[in-house]
Design a protein around this ligand. Structure first.
Ligand code: NCD
Length: 323
């Protein structure tokens, strides 16, 4: 499910944004730079630029979401696009025909972009393969496969906190790697930017098979995994995707893998703490850390709007004028 060729136009520019896998370092950097040009829009008294005026964007969400859907909606509105929100309660499997029918009906309404979230891996790619040539598809999370705009907003946050030289950074991703589309997209993106060291820290039951092939170092204890890291990204336990007893109890998980000030003390003194949300306080992380001075969890939410503006405007081939 690489999809690099599906995502890029013949002239090398972005058409769909489905996954960070298979993209180039230049393209990821262009997304970050473009987001930088949009970050200021939120500070203006009129929080709008006219780049996507006259375009219609459909948020097609088959799975619950608050942060991701609202930030996509705000991003589209700040680009002056018209936005339609469609929340569909779907069964676990993609019913190909039903989904195609939904698409054909929306296409008949002359829409320009689909932002898609679905519980099944591969749905955004499936839609991208079937839409009319002028339509772009943005993946807002598919199953446990990919969540590329989340990964990009995380890179944007890291770049703002630590500077653009990812080569000197140690980043630890902690928690439920096995069920996390966020972790997968982050690992590909961090590797593309040549991050010095990418670690994953989790109990054996929450680490996917053959994870070393992704180019990460694997740790099973926080004390080892967090030693001297510059950035720690905590992940939510994806209970809705777990089958059977992968964990003894939340209490036990917190004791071993929950981030506390004490456990964080082995990281670098200026360590940055991140989480894509929603946080389970007292499961992945203590409130003292989540609300503490090293946490940038709410900045991640703000930056998510700038990143989504960047990706949407690039896919629609509209840039900010230089200067
Ligand atoms: C993530 C998701 O939905 O994959 N959240 C998000 O987009 N803000 C992570 C999660 O649900 O834990």
């Amino acid at each position: 499910m690489k999809g690099g060729e599906l995502q890029i136009r013949e002239d090398g520019r972005l058409r769909h944004f489905l996954s960070t896998e298979g993209l180039s370092r230049n393209l990821l950097t262009e997304i970050l730079d473009t987001a930088e040009s949009f970050a200021g829009v939120a500070e203006q008294s009129v929080k709008k630029v006219p780049l996507l005026r006259g375009k219609t964007i459909v948020n097609l969400f088959f799975e619950a979401s608050t942060r991701t859907r609202t930030t996509f909606e705000l991003a589209a509105k700040r680009l002056s696009a018209d936005v339609l929100n469609i929340n569909v309660n779907a069964s676990a499997t993609v019913k190909g025909e039903t989904l195609l029918d939904t698409l054909r009906n929306l296409e008949a309404m002359h829409v320009d972009m689909f932002v898609v979230r679905h519980a099944d891996s591969g749905t955004a790619h499936f839609i991208a393969r079937h839409v009319q040539p002028h339509i772009s598809v943005i993946n807002a999370g598919d199953g446990r496969h990919a969540h590329p705009t989340q990964a990009m907003l995380d890179l944007f946050t890291i770049r703002r906190e630590k500077g653009a030289d990812f080569g000197r950074l140690r980043v630890a991703i902690v928690g439920d790697i096995a069920h996390s589309r966020v972790a997968r997209s982050q690992i590909h993106a961090l590797n593309l930017l040549n991050t010095g060291e990418v670690r994953i820290v989790a109990p054996r039951t929450l680490i996917p098979a053959r994870v070393e092939s992704l180019g990460v170092q694997v740790y099973h204890t926080l004390r080892e995994g967090l030693r001297d890291v510059d950035v720690v990204i905590m992940l939510r336990l994806q209970r809705e995707r777990m089958e059977g007893g992968l964990l003894p109890s939340e209490h036990e998980y917190y004791r071993l893998y929950g981030l506390t000030e004490e456990k964080l003390s082995v990281a670098r003194p200026d360590v940055t703490v991140m989480h894509p949300g929603p946080i389970n306080r007292g499961v992945e992380m203590d409130s003292q850390v989540a609300d503490g001075p090293r946490s940038v969890i709410l900045q991640q939410v703000s930056y998510g709007i700038a990143i989504r503006m960047a990706v949407m405007s690039m896919a629609m081939q509209q840039g900010m004028s230089p200067g």
